[in-house]
Design a protein around this ligand. Structure first.
Ligand code: HSE
Length: 433
């Protein structure tokens, strides 16, 4: 038998505690599959005394994760601290610089510093592995980097944040408020330490930036992503979506267009009959369109201790077997600089909810402005009688457009607002066919 692989776990939150248990549970198979024992020898976390439901006495304790990363008797650091700077970045950099392999679930760190860290790992000939960084338990990183090596990917899209999908699903099916659902997601350990990363769409954007690099062989460009979250979605939008035959999902989408790679994160109207609309709760889903395989969809738990630990273990198994690939599929210097496709050029259908002043001619003005920008309407829905508010009676009006451009819809709605026929900013949700 070869020398054992000695793991140091930095960060013992929900995922860290699950990793400790899973390494113990899978110890025999990991050893059989790699020809060497795999064991945790040291751990580090902020609070030594917190009850995590696991016995920490077999492991050396480090208050400082960076000291753990520099320790001599550890071969591989599993970074589960989180955050794009501070202790997480210092731990990963120290580990790589001292010639240790790194397994991480840290999407924020990779979105910001992934290329520099990959360069460091390549220089040191060690692993920088991050299956757990995107879509939790779904093995999408390896699918893109290894299983689809024979394909040119044209589009990748999916539900990449379990917390948002959980919130939208429960709001729709159980009529609960946004806040109630968010609290449950936090209690169940899905949400980020700061849940605005989830509901603001930033967590999805971090994951999308990593998947875009793997899918298209380009350098990570998280700043190119157009990001909108779910906090403006109202129960009325969910009800309207249901009546119109859609479900609202927060999607991350990256696709090659004539002008470059378009990357966007926003709430989306998905037809109820589509595969993505069936994906409920904390589940994630990723659809990959490619030239040879055509299209595949992977569905699975996108967050939570054990599913994420499952992805971490797959990387640990690779490290134990000595399988070390270029983190982003190609050496960093061979990744392309992708041209950014501006969001204004995006084309598609739109759901628009307007709060319209209930008086003769208001709808005519709206229709005229839409027509002025060549926007063709598929349907118009006026809901209920006027509600008396501060500015007089208003009614919600829903417009569904045929395919148009982002520029046209934004310009038309700006003009509608300046006509004084709406009392609130329009709600705009893109439709994905
Ligand atoms: N907060 C994330 C989610 C955890 O809800 O999907 C997994 O990255």
């Amino acid at each position: 038998m070869n020398q054992p692989l000695r793991l140091g776990i930095a960060g013992l939150g929900t995922v860290g505690a699950s990793v400790l248990q899973l390494v113990q549970r899978r110890a025999n198979d990991l050893a059989a599959g790699s020809g060497r024992a795999v064991r945790v020898t040291a751990v580090s976390a902020r609070d030594r005394n917190r009850d995590r439901g696991v016995d920490l006495s077999p492991y050396a304790w480090f208050d400082d994760p960076v000291a753990l990363a520099a320790a001599n008797d550890v071969d591989c650091i599993v970074e589960l601290i989180g955050g794009d700077e501070g202790p997480a970045r210092a731990t990963v950099e120290t580990a790589l610089k001292s010639g240790k392999h790194v397994v991480t679930a840290n999407k924020a760190l990779l979105a910001k510093h992934g290329l520099a860290l990959a360069r460091l790992a390549e220089g040191q000939r060690v692993a920088l592995a991050f299956e757990a960084s995107s879509a939790g338990g779904i093995p999408v990183v390896k699918t893109l980097r290894e299983a689809l090596a024979g394909n040119a990917v044209t589009r990748i899209s999916g539900i990449l944040n379990g917390t948002c999908n959980y919130i939208l699903s429960r709001m729709e099916l159980e009529g609960l408020t946004f806040d109630e659902c968010l609290k449950d997601a936090q209690r169940l350990g899905f949400a980020e330490a700061d849940p605005t990363f989830d509901v603001g769409g930033f967590d999805t954007a971090h994951k999308l930036s990593i998947l875009t690099s793997l899918a298209f062989g380009v350098k990570i460009d998280a700043e190119a992503i157009h990001v909108e979250g779910i906090s403006a979605i109202t129960p009325l939008d969910l009800k309207m979506a249901d009546e119109l035959g859609y479900r609202i999902k927060l999607l991350g989408v990256a696709e090659r267009t004539a002008t470059g790679i378009e990357q966007r994160v926003h709430p989306t109207m998905a037809p109820k009959s589509s595969a993505i609309a069936q994906v409920m709760g904390v589940l994630n889903a990723v659809t990959i369109d490619a030239d040879a395989v055509r299209a595949i969809t992977l569905i699975g738990p996108g967050a939570g201790g054990d599913p994420t630990a499952s992805a971490v273990l797959s990387d640990i198994a690779d490290v134990a077997r000595g399988q070390i690939s270029a983190p982003f599929g190609k050496p960093v210097d061979q990744l392309d600089d992708a041209a950014r496709a501006p969001m204004q050029r995006h084309e598609g259908g739109y759901y628009v909810r307007l709060t319209v002043v209930d008086r003769p001619g208001a709808m005519a003005k709206i229709a005229t402005r839409m027509g002025d920008h060549q926007i063709s309407l598929e349907s118009i829905l006026q809901k209920g009688k006027g509600q008396r508010g501060g500015d007089g009676a208003t009614v919600p009006v829903i417009l569904i457009t045929h395919a148009t451009s982002e520029t046209a819809i934004r310009a038309a709605l700006e003009e509608v607002q300046s006509e004084g026929v709406v009392t609130e900013p329009p709600q705009v949700i893109r439709i994905e066919r």
